[in-house]
Design a protein around this ligand. Structure first.
Ligand SMILES: Nc1ncnc2c1ncn2[C@@H]1O[C@H](COP(=O)(O)OP(=O)(O)OP(=O)(O)O)[C@@H](O)[C@H]1O
Ligand SMILES: [Mg+2]
Length: 256
C-alpha cells in the first residue's frame, strides 16, 4: 500500500524542501520512493541533483502531455518528478475548479511506490489544494518563529475547509521543529507546537532537527545530509525522525 505524504507550511524557509529531500533519500534506501516537486522555485529538484533541463516536468504530467513513468528521473536513492518554473502561473493554468483533481488522476493508478513525498511552495495555490487531495498525511515543519507557528494554524484551517467538503482524508502525521537549539525560546516554541498539535490532531514529533551549517553545505554539494555527512547532528536527527514516522504510520494504520 502506498503512503502519500505532503510536506507543507505556508511560511517560507522553514525546511520543507530540506525535509522532503532528506526523507526521500532515507526512505529511498529502504523502500521504493517517489519525490514530487510542486514548487516553481524547483529547489527540491535542484538540491536532489536532478536534470533541470528536462522538458518532462510535473507541469507536463499534470497537463497529461507526458506520462508519469516517462517523466520521472531515477536518482540513486529515489525517483523524482521535477518541478517547473511554469508552476508560478498555476493559479491561471490550473484555475478551473476541477483542476484540483489533476494530481489525483495522475497518482490513482500508480502502484510502483511505497512512499510518495510532495514538496510544496510556501503559498496557497491550486497546487497546494491538489496536494491535500492526494495525500494521506501531512508533515509540517516549523521553526522557532511566530510566522512559522502561524503557518501551522493556517494549515489547520485549510484542512478543515477541505474536510467539510469531503475532499480530503488527510491527517496531520506530525509537526516538526526544525533548526532547533537548546534555548528557552526553542522550548517555548515546542510547547506552543504541542498546543497547536492538539487542535490539528497531530502532535509535534519528539525528534527535532538541530540547526547545523552542514545543511547548507550538503545543498551546495547537491547531496542529502546523510550522504554528505552522516554523523552530523541534523543527519542523525532525520534518521530518528524516519523511525518515528514509520512508527506513527504503523500505529495509525493498525487502528483502522
Ligand atoms: N536544520 C537546519 N539547520 C540549518 N539550516 C537549515 C536547516 N534546515 C534548513 N536550513 C536552511 O534554511 C533555508 C530554508 O530551508 P528550505 O529551503 O528547506 O525551506 P523551505 O521551507 O523549503 O523554503 P521555501 O518556503 O522557500 O520553499 C535553507 O537555506 C536551508 O539550508
Ligand atoms: Mg522549499
Amino acid at each position: 500500500m502506498k503512503h502519500v505524504i505532503m510536506i507543507s507550511n505556508q511560511k517560507g524557509g522553514v525546511g520543507k524542501t530540506t525535509t522532503t529531500l532528506e526523507l526521500c533519500s532515507l526512505f529511498g534506501k529502504k523502500y521504493k520512493v517517489l519525490g514530487i516537486d510542486l514548487d516553481s522555485q524547483r529547489n527540491f529538484s535542484m538540491y536532489a541533483g536532478a536534470n533541470l533541463t528536462s522538458k518532462a516536468t510535473v507541469n507536463e504530467v499534470l497537463n497529461a502531455e507526458v506520462l508519469l513513468e516517462d517523466a520521472v528521473q531515477h536518482l540513486s536513492d529515489f525517483d523524482i518528478l521535477i518541478g517547473s518554473k511554469e508552476l508560478a502561473e498555476a493559479s491561471k493554468t490550473f484555475g478551473e475548479p476541477d483542476d484540483i483533481y489533476l494530481l489525483q488522476d495522475v497518482l490513482e493508478e500508480v502502484d510502483t511506490y511505497d512512499y510518495i513525498f510532495i514538496d510544496n511552495a510556501p503559498a496557497r495555490s491550486p497546487l497546494l489544494y491538489m496536494s491535500y487531495l492526494v495525500s494521506d498525511y501531512i508533515i509540517a515543519p516549523a521553526e522557532c518563529d511566530d510566522g512559522a507557528l502561524e503557518g501551522l494554524r493556517e494549515l489547520g484551517a485549510d484542512i478543515n475547509r477541505f474536510k467539510k467538503r469531503k475532499q480530503t482524508n488527510v491527517k496531520v502525521l506530525g509537526l516538526l521543529l526544525n533548526k532547533s537549539e537548546n534555548t528557552v525560546m526553542h522550548n517555548l516554541a515546542y510547547e506552543e507546537m504541542e498546543e497547536i498539535g492538539e487542535e490539528l490532531g497531530g502532535m509535534p514529533f519528539r525528534t527535532t532537527i538541530r540547526k547545523s551549517i552542514t545543511v547548507a553545505e550538503a545543498k551546495a554539494a547537491r547531496k542529502s545530509i546523510n550522504e554528505y555527512a552522516k554523523n552530523n547532528n541534523s543527519a542523525k536527527d532525520y534518521k530518528k525522525l524516519m523511525k518515528e514516522i514509520e512508527d506513527r504510520i504503523k500505529a495509525i494504520e493498525e487502528e483502522k
